[in-house]
Design a protein around this ligand. Structure first.
Ligand code: HMG
Length: 385
């Protein structure tokens, strides 16, 4: 049975910061971010946007009423949970009005969570071919003011509808994973921001890729040259490029895949790291910005989540996949509200204050499709605009 991605959508908050402004404010050379990290802008989420509102917005952009009546599983991959117990998928299920007889769960393993969700969705469809599974990758990446990771922040969500006979990409059955118990990037419950061993994390990203790719080749007999494009986890675009360079053995393949890679980072460069959604944002960018791809082309994926778990897998493009995309997405991203440094520091790091009953004041009005309106008795109250 062919199972895979039938629809894919994306949502980012309306605010954006130019990394040239960040560089100036932090007394860094702008080329360090633009050339050294290959990043130019980052999405900034206000206090009224979180993984629930962004995830719901991404999903609402692709779902029909018929989809909502058929979906029987909602999986949210995230590492920016708003609750240690209640899954964001439950709140999103409610906001979207998905039929009640569904399973809704959250999956966590740093930036790898949604990839695990995709595999679970595939297994579920294999068992129940008429089902549809909604897989959402939603995260907000915050490292803190003037921290090493600050230029690699971002916010956003990717939603994918996984079905039998998908219209965009069939997922192959060639997945190879690796688990390593390391501390390269982690988020203790008592810390506001992640802890990161920056250099070590970049080395682990690449070493997990090369060793897993060796294993993948031995297991499947597939070579890099068999693929038309590669999508990698993109914590910042240069990291993905270095990963591709680490496994491309011949010049022709490296040149061809580097061309596709440039198309696959158009959105990531202006959104930043969206953790578990980054690899799927890269897929969306590739599909919507490449004129070289065609039906039946194979795309290779490298998903990496710190801690660490990674996975290499692949997919095959379906005839007519171009008809199920949004070709003006970059124009829309270019219309986001540009923040000054002062506005960025105020908006991004604002915190909701609660009184002794766990209730906030009404939060500022937010015209996004979904927004957090307030916290009442420790419960998050969302609105649909
Ligand atoms: P840093 O110390 O600020 O920067 O940390 P740097 O000195 O390493 O410079 C970065 C690059 O810019 C270097 O290029 C410099 O040469 C270059 P490289 O040598 O690496 O190719 N550079 C310049 N280029 C042109 N003109 C200039 C200039 N100046 C310098 N003037 C670091 C960078 C990535 C470590 C930091 O931003 C960080 O800690 N980020 C967060 C961690 C991260 O993203 N790690 C990636 C791998 S781990 C991962 O992917 C998982 C993750 O997504 C989390 C999860 O799984 O949940 C993070």
């Amino acid at each position: 049975m062919n199972i895979g991605i039938d629809k894919i959508g994306f949502a980012a908050p309306d605010f954006v910061l130019d990394l040239a402004d960040l560089a100036q404010a932090r007394s860094a050379d702008p080329n360090k971010f633009k050339i050294g990290l290959l990043q130019s802008e980052m999405a900034v989420a206000p206090v009224t946007q979180d993984i629930v509102t962004l995830g719901a917005q991404a999903a609402a952009s692709i779902l029909t009423e018929e989809d909502k009546a058929t979906i029987d599983m909602v999986i949210v991959g995230t590492e920016s949970s708003v609750d240690q117990s209640k899954a964001a998928a439950v709140a999103i299920h409610g906001l979207l009005g998905i039929q009640p007889f569904a399973r809704s769960i959250e999956m966590k393993e740093a930036c790898y969570g949604a990839t695990a969700g995709l595999s679970l969705a595939k297994s579920h469809i294999n068992q129940f071919p008429d089902s549809k599974v909604l897989v959402i990758a939603s995260d907000i990446a915050k490292y803190g003011i003037a921290s090493g990771g600050e230029p690699t922040q971002g916010a956003g969500a990717v939603a994918m509808l996984v079905t039998a006979d998908p219209r965009i990409m069939v997922l192959n059955n060639d997945n190879v994973c690796q688990t390593r118990d390391i501390y390269d990037f982690w988020r203790p419950n008592y810390d506001k921001y992640p802890r990161v061993d920056g250099k070590f994390s970049t080395e682990q990203y690449t070493d997990c890729l090369t060793t897993t790719f060796d294993h993948y080749q031995a297991k499947t007999g597939q070579q890099l040259s068999d693929f038309a494009a590669m999508c990698l986890h993109i914590p910042f675009s240069k990291q993905g490029l270095k990963g591709l360079q680490a496994i491309a053995k011949d010049e022709e393949t490296l040149t061809r895949l580097s061309d596709r890679f440039r198309e696959a980072i158009v959105y990531n460069k202006v959104v930043g790291n969206i953790y578990t959604g980054s690899i799927f944002l890269s897929l969306l960018s590739l599909l919507e910005n490449s004129r070289a791809l065609k039906a039946d082309d194979q795309v290779l994926f490298y998903s990496y989540g710190s801690g660490a778990v990674c996975e290499i897998f692949s997919g095959r493009l379906v005839e007519g996949y171009q008809e199920h995309l949004e070709m003006d997405r970059l124009d829309k991203l270019n219309q986001r509200t540009r923040l000054s440094m002062d506005q960025y520091e105020q908006i991004f790091f604002e915190e909701i204050e609660l009184d002794e009953t766990g209730t906030s004041a009404d939060l500022p009005a937010d015209q996004s499709p979904f927004a957090l309106a307030k916290i009442q008795d420790h419960r998050r109250i969302y609105i649909k605009n």
